[in-house]
Design a protein around this ligand. Structure first.
Ligand code: AMP
Ligand code: MG
Length: 405
């Protein structure tokens, strides 16, 4: 999950949420909808015990070498409070989760006692115990006023546990960006349609849809634009409803590569083409106020450029500060013999073996070879200039399955 706390963009994070419950700057006073993300310790009984007996620690001292024998005056179950105090020379049965009765300063577990059974009116204390034994003071975990979750924190299961503990039923989070995904090309047909001569299936939009969702955003597939300015204009008029537009194809140098034309017509191009393989034709700009990432059409190029550019953009929009996967030095078992003048991102599988990270490339690295993505959990970075990596030599790898950080 990748919701991040924010104060700017309140969002309902469950069905019952209301925007008026959105939280604002931490305040010292509390009230519905205005409570800070701070620990607030409530409840009149500050301490919780465990299955055993609540007593005064001084009553656990042996007398004449014999275990002390205490009167059992009652019990207190989890969810209830004691109706009387523990007096010197007496004890009360107590369950895990029950508040410690007044008067008692310690709890001994039942295994260290001896009695006549659950109804016994007496208990022998078989071990001397210190004050505070088996007692969890209120506020031990979170103190009143302590900041426990910072803005920008990703809310995962453990954070939700903290929020639930503190009774925070509503918190403002950054809305997941909606990402328009647009295929382009007269040859590209939808996956439901039968293949006809000259046509290929739209793999990119589906691949990108899954990748966008995995990055934490909400994908919206808009189908495929024809290679005409009119068709692209029509699709873009829909796409600008989203927070980010990701296209595939139509950004190369061909006569029908018209995505850049629309960017110039309706916005601007910030950069186009990067000295990399795969993915050279990648473009970035705006259509109106909406950022547009124009990925190349070749499926592997689209996949790799999404990982390198699309995913970090989405993470940034989600409020993350860690945008990139870590890099590691890996020994490339099979080496990379192909000389490529551009920086080469080689798909590889990396595993930990014999105390080292060992990479194996995934075979044919053509940008049309989709199977080169299968089983790839890393991108080896082969520096530009026709570098060869000898079998067993070290290379830097972007570790796609290591979390950004
Ligand atoms: P382009 O950059 O539009 O020239 O596309 C480069 C290559 O990628 C061409 O062979 C296209 O047929 C192919 N391609 C473009 N879009 C897609 C798509 N959505 N799914 C699969 N292949 C595509
Ligand atoms: Mg095309």
């Amino acid at each position: 999950m990748s919701l991040c706390l924010t104060k700017q963009q309140p969002l309902r994070y469950n069905r019952t949420a209301t925007t008026d419950a959105a939280l604002h700057e931490p305040r010292s006073s509390s009230g519905p909808g205005h409570r800070p993300f701070k620990a607030e310790i409530t409840g009149s009984n500050p301490v919780r015990g465990m299955d055993g007996f609540a007593l005064l620690s001084q009553d656990s001292q042996p007398r004449d070498g014999q275990p002390p024998r205490l009167r059992v005056t009652g019990g207190v179950a989890a969810g209830y409070i004691a109706d009387h105090a523990v007096e010197p020379g007496s004890a009360m049965r107590i369950m895990t989760g029950a508040p410690v009765p007044p008067g008692a300063d310690t709890v001994i577990q039942v295994e260290l006692t001896h009695s006549d059974g659950p109804e016994s009116e007496w208990v022998e204390i078989m071990q001397e115990i210190a004050p505070g034994n088996n007692i969890r003071p209120a506020g031990e975990d979170m103190r009143r006023g302590q900041t426990v979750l910072l803005r920008g924190t990703e809310i995962g299961p453990w954070e939700i546990g903290i929020l639930a503990t503190l009774g925070w039923t509503h918190v403002p989070v950054i809305r997941r960006p909606r990402v328009a995904i647009l295929g382009t090309g007269d040859e590209v047909i939808d996956v439901h349609e039968p293949l006809r001569p000259g046509k290929i299936r739209n793999s990119n939009s589906y691949l990108l849809e899954a990748a966008v969702r995995k990055a934490g955003a909400e994908p919206q597939r808009l189908g495929v634009a024809r290679d005409t300015v009119e068709s692209l204009r029509e699709k873009f008029s829909e796409a600008i409803q989203c927070d980010l537009i990701i296209t595939s194809g139509g950004v190369s140098v061909g006569e029908f590569d018209l995505v850049k034309n629309i960017m110039t017509e309706q916005g601007e191009i910030h950069f186009w083409r990067i000295n990399m393989r795969p993915g050279k034709p990648v473009a970035f700009g705006h259509i109106g106020a909406v950022p547009l990432l124009g990925l190349p059409g070749n499926p592997v190029s689209a996949a790799v450029t999404f990982e390198l550019f699309g995913r970090p953009v989405i993470r940034k929009m989600l409020g993350h500060t860690h945008l990139l996967h870590p890099q590691a030095d890996v020994a490339v078992e099979d080496g990379v013999s192909e000389r490529v003048m551009r920086r080469h991102y080689v798909r590889a599988h990396v595993e930990w073996r014999d105390g080292r990270l060992i990479a194996r490339t995934t075979g044919n690295q053509g940008s049309n070879i989709m199977t080169s993505l299968l089983n790839a959990n890393a991108l080896l970075i082969v520096p530009e200039g026709g570098t060869v990596i000898q079998p067993g030599a070290l290379a830097k790898a972007i570790m796609l399955d290591w979390p950004e950080g």
